[in-house]
Design a protein around this ligand. Structure first.
Ligand SMILES: Cc1ncc(COP(=O)(O)O)c(C=O)c1O
Length: 439
């Protein structure tokens, strides 16, 4: 396998979010995964500092998930969910709902985080229309937000490279300012300053009129843009303003869902209940593609008014509630629950925080941020070479046996929730060494 991995032609696969030519000139291939480690094609153990892509929250290589998927494949490999049902999708929706705050009564299945985002935005628009407020068509995102790569997601998203090449996107979208303030540098956990940035929503409302705005979508903790933690009181303030003006609040919990912050979902960590929230990734421990949108009862109920024989929401995917993904998801929830993983990050958080912040003197570091089992280390950029230092650090970590992510000039870490303290020590040692040897 390892030799084969090296001999396969690399040309055909147009890799996503990758510098294809650079990668193919010097590939980094993973060929195995178990527990908290990957195996590289040259036979090395690579400590997984990112839970795959923020998705393998319970680590890797569970037989119970494999068996559940295998058995489901043999029992019934696929069945549609349009005007037909299969029991496992209902069972999974019910199990998921039980993890969320009581207000969330319904779950709409998708195939990914991007689909979950587009689904939530469409439900928001259709919800207002169903209630006779069809003029509420505006969607508000946030600068530096990441909501996947569908046209809805990049429209409300706020990362310039994900937007600028793709035309005009959705119309009628506005953005809140991001919450990354220099005065919060090196904050531990939630920063003190910045709750007032939510008040910018009042300015947007004054500009457009509340009655034209359908929804506000934010990541409770922004990951892809470099780990931005919400300032204290910020999410509460957003909730107050949206409620006051009949605007739906959507949390994008694609990375914060399933225990990343020490609670099943971010709404429970921050004590702020949105109207809908999106998930994916950890829903199946990253094993099979799946996503889900959680909706409060009143949203779903607004659709259940016309003739009973009428389809209420003209939206769905071939793979919504895919039986094999549901089987993997149910087995995943068993693992999360049996091992206390949905709250494990809370136990590790203070140790993690101390270790991540211990990197401060290791080199040219501009900021360090942490919450739950997430850490971000922002490096100073070299003159005129934004991102090159973080790329080199990432490469050095990989060579030294640890996988981290880099985004812009920030090294992002989100290890599996089964990490032990010694795994944290190893990860931080490797990263510290990489930073201190990168001029
Ligand atoms: C907050 C957030 N939303 C949406 C997505 C998109 O998910 P996917 O890549 O499964 O489409 C991501 C992916 O990282 C994400 O972090």
């Amino acid at each position: 396998m390892n030799q084969a991995a090296r001999n396969i032609p690399l040309d055909a696969f147009w890799m996503p979010f990758t510098a294809n030519r650079q990668f193919k000139a010097d590939p980094r291939m993973l060929v195995g995964a178990k527990g908290v480690h990957y195996t590289s094609d040259d036979g090395r153990d690579i400590l997984d500092g990112t839970a795959g892509l923020w998705c393998c929250n319970a680590g890797h290589g569970y037989e119970s998930i494999a068996k559940a998927a295998y058995n489901q494949l043999l029992e019934m490999d696929y069945a549609p969910a349009f005007q037909m049902g299969h029991p496992i999708a209902f069972e999974f929706a019910d199990r998921l709902r039980a993890l969320a705050p009581d207000e969330f009564k319904h779950v709409f299945f998708t195939g990914s985080g991007s689909e979950s985002v587009d689904t939530a935005l469409k439900i928001a628009l259709a919800y207002h229309r169903a209630r006779g407020e069809g003029q509420r068509t505006r969607l508000i995102g946030r600068e530096r937000g990441y909501h996947g790569v569908g046209f809805g997601g990049i429209s409300v998203g706020g990362i310039v490279n994900n937007r600028k090449n793709f035309g005009t996107m959705l119309t009628g979208v506005d953005h809140l300012p991001h919450t990354h303030l220099p005065e919060n540098a090196f904050s531990k956990g939630q920063p003190e300053h910045g709750a007032h940035l939510a008040d910018d929503l009042e300015r947007i409302i004054a500009l457009h009129g509340a009655e034209t705005i359908a929804a506000v979508i934010v990541e409770p903790v922004a990951g892809s843009t470099g780990v931005l933690i919400p300032p204290k009181g910020y999410l509460q303030r957003l909730r107050e303003i949206t409620s006051q003006h009949g605007i739906l609040l959507i949390f994008d919990e694609v990375i914060t869902g399933f225990g990343r912050l020490g609670t099943p979902f971010a709404s429970q960590k921050f004590g702020v209940v949105p109207d809908m929230f999106t998930t994916a990734k950890g829903i199946t421990n990253g094993t099979l593609p799946m996503g889900a949108v959680f909706a409060q009862g009143f949203i779903h109920d607004a659709f259940m008014t016309g003739p009973e024989g009428m389809i209420e929401l003209f939206h769905g995917y071939t793979y919504s509630g895919h039986p094999v993904a549901c089987a993997a998801g149910l087995a995943t929830l068993d693992i999360y629950e049996q091992n206390g993983l949905l709250t494990r990050a809370a136990e590790l958080e203070s140790y993690w925080e101390e270790k991540v912040h211990s990197l401060r003197d290791k080199g040219p570091i501009k900021d360090i941020r942490n919450i739950g089992l997430i850490g971000g280390v922002e490096l100073e950029s070299r003159e005129g070479e934004f991102g090159t230092r973080a790329y080199e650090v990432f490469l050095k970590c990989y060579k030294a046996g640890a996988m981290v992510r880099y985004t812009g000039e920030t090294i992002a870490m989100s290890p599996p929730l089964i990490f032990e303290k010694e795994n944290i020590d190893t990860l931080i040692d490797i990263l510290g060494e990489a930073i201190s040897t990168t001029a």
